[in-house]
Design a protein around this ligand. Structure first.
Ligand SMILES: [Ca+2]
Length: 233
């Protein structure tokens, strides 16, 4: 009888823990498909395809090429690409989900090549043409590298498809002169990935996920009266 009572208490404890934790745990949804009308870096074939941003592998990344070729320089790649570096893609969550934000994971390298500014829309088709509803517009993302994440957030919405317009990328010519005169030549010399030389204008994304509750690693600004938050001490 005593054992039964202890077991019941244990079950109650587990249940109450589950009920307590369940609403707080953020669910992240990995899209099941991605569509884009942008080109992607073609060599070697498939290595930088859009699907690499939804394959669950931080070591792979999509490399979308600038789709607004407003420049004159044909020696850059893609030819005539120019800032701002832009592209559009549509994520298919596979089913209707209630989502309030998107995580953009940077490529695992010491280079800033992730999206810099995005607008996100809900839509009702896989190519982002129908009933597009703006969720967040011209959201500036922090410069992010080394598998770290940048976030865009909006009021919760239930949708299957999300259209992302990248309004600019960090992968363009960085302001000089120290990058072009020292950092970039040094990277080339020691064989590290380079970015910011203005020769390649693209957007590189290792992973994209959507979430229903703000994730625990979302960077929250310090309250104005706190020098350093206790949870980060
Ligand atoms: Ca990937």
């Amino acid at each position: 009888m005593l054992a039964m009572g202890a077991r019941t208490k244990a079950v109650q404890l587990v249940l109450s823990l589950v009920l307590f934790v369940w609403p707080l745990a953020a669910a992240e949804f990995r899209p099941v498909a991605v569509w884009t009308d942008a080109e992607w870096y073609p060599k070697p074939p498939g290595k930088y395809a859009p699907e690499k941003m939804i394959d669950g592998d931080l070591g792979t990344y999509a490399c979308l090429l600038d789709d607004t070729r407003t420049g004159k320089d044909t020696t850059v790649y893609p030819p005539k690409a120019a800032a701002p570096v832009t592209a559009t893609f549509v994520l298919d969550l596979g089913a209707e989900r209630t989502v309030c934000g998107m995580r953009f994971v940077a490529r695992n390298a010491w280079v800033y090549v992730l999206a810099k500014n995005v607008s996100v829309f809900a839509c009702t088709d896989a190519q982002g043409q129908k009933q597009t509803k703006p969720l967040v517009e011209n959201q500036e993302l922090p410069a992010t590298s080394n598998s770290n994440s940048a976030f865009a957030e909006w009021q919760p919405v239930t949708t299957r498809y999300l259209k992302v317009r990248v309004n600019d990328s960090y992968q363009k010519r960085y302001p000089g002169p120290w990058m072009s005169e020292s950092q970039i030549p040094w990277c080339r010399k020691v064989g590290l990935p380079t970015a910011g030389d203005g020769k390649n204008l693209n957007i590189q994304i290792a992973e994209v996920t959507c979430y229903d509750t703000r994730p625990g690693d979302y960077p929250v600004k310090n309250p104005t009266n706190v020098a350093f938050p206790r949870h980060r001490l």
